[in-house]
Design a protein around this ligand. Structure first.
Ligand code: NAP
Length: 320
């Protein structure tokens, strides 16, 4: 089968031929039709500097999100049937087939039937379903954290990308005010997704923009961008006392936050039930799935490169 894989951490992703995976007991094999791009794809391919992979861990196939049709079932009980349209997210990048590490930028993947995979509703196109898992579930779980604490205003930094586009919609549907911080003139797009205010940080300072909308500070900061504890801590000063500052970049633990602001290092905990909720919202048209770019598998390496430098506007979908 065709796959986009890396032969070592920090190597360039390239198109390769790999054997089709055989489904083991309790697994389903999916003929992937669409995969979606997430920053964790190139982050995983880069590896972390202290990572010491075992020799058989390569090639590593890139990608975690997929949508397609079940084409083979492993032995034993299974809740799926051949022909089912499914979508989901694989555990990344741990599924070692013995000859390579599974991903989703490829023709086939085998996954446990009780993993993060579910049926695609009849009226939801597969390409739309593929764009939901990682970014949609992240947005939904972040919103639950904020709403659970009764927070009514969210400052989202990096709001124009995958997670931000979903979070803005889901939050505004729950009457949470979203202040979307973006780079560039995205006012029209963010307002259409439900943002109360949009701050173009290339045009004015974040502080000035936030003061105008929330003079006493925001209830919650969702920082999808800051890569250092220092940058995150600086943005957390925009949160009012008693509020939260959440990051998806793992930089809260080392950040010197204001004493009365709670820092949260968010980690996605994907579930098939959450996939069902998102798929239902998308099928009913309540949740818009903003697909920005659609491209063939061979172009995926360039798309990964582009995403690393920024500029995402919603989701990029790869056609298999
Ligand atoms: N911890 C977890 O479990 C978890 C789960 C999901 C995602 N994540 C992480 O969360 C981050 C965001 O994910 P995503 O899927 O939304 O990525 P994405 O689709 O690539 O979007 C990122 C957005 O941030 C914007 N951006 C970059 N720098 C900015 C700045 N200084 N000010 C305002 N906007 C800025 C980018 O556009 P411009 O470059 O044009 O500004 C882009 O729109 C990624 O690092 C991802 O790995 C973590």
């Amino acid at each position: 089968m065709r796959a986009i894989a890396v032969s070592a951490f920090r190597a360039d992703p390239a198109l390769v031929e790999l054997p089709k995976p055989e489904p083991e007991a309790g697994e389903v094999r999916v003929r992937i039709e669409y995969a979606a791009l997430n920053p964790c794809d190139w982050q995983a391919a880069q590896g972390s500097p202290d990572e010491d992979p075992t020799p058989h861990a390569f090639p590593l196939v890139v990608g975690v999100d997929f949508a397609g049709r079940v084409d083979m079932i492993g032995s034993g009980a299974n809740r799926f049937r051949v022909g089912d349209q499914v979508f989901g997210r694989i555990a990344a990048p741990t599924a070692d087939t013995g000859t390579y590490v599974s991903g989703t930028y490829c023709d086939y993947v085998s996954v446990p039937q009780d993993s993060v995979i579910t049926l695609v509703p009849d009226d939801l196109p597969l390409r739309t379903a593929a764009a939901l898992p990682s970014a949609g579930m992240t947005a939904a779980q972040i919103l639950e954290i904020a709403v659970h604490r009764g927070h009514e205003s969210l400052l989202v930094i990096g709001a124009a990308g995958g997670v931000g586009s979903y979070l803005t919609q889901l939050a505004s549907a729950r009457d949470v005010r979203v202040i979307a911080a973006v780079r560039g003139d995205e006012r029209g797009r963010m307002a259409a997704l439900g943002a109360t205010a949009t701050i173009d940080t290339t045009d004015r300072s974040l502080e000035e923009g936030v003061r105008e909308t929330c003079p006493d500070g925001v209830d919650a900061l969702v920082d999808l961008v800051s890569a250092t504890p220092e940058a995150f801590a600086a943005r957390a000063t925009l949160v009012r006392g008693g509020g939260i500052a959440l990051t998806t970049r793992g930089v809260a633990a080392g950040a010197a936050l204001p004493a009365d602001v709670t820092g949260i290092d968010f980690r996605l905990e994907p579930t098939p039930v959450l996939l069902d909720v998102l798929a239902e919202g998308a099928a009913e048209g309540v949740l818009r799935v903003p697909i920005d770019i659609e491209l063939p598998l061979e172009k995926a390496p360039q798309a990964l490169d582009r995403n690393r430098t920024g500029g995402a506007r919603g989701k990029t979908v790869i056609v298999l």
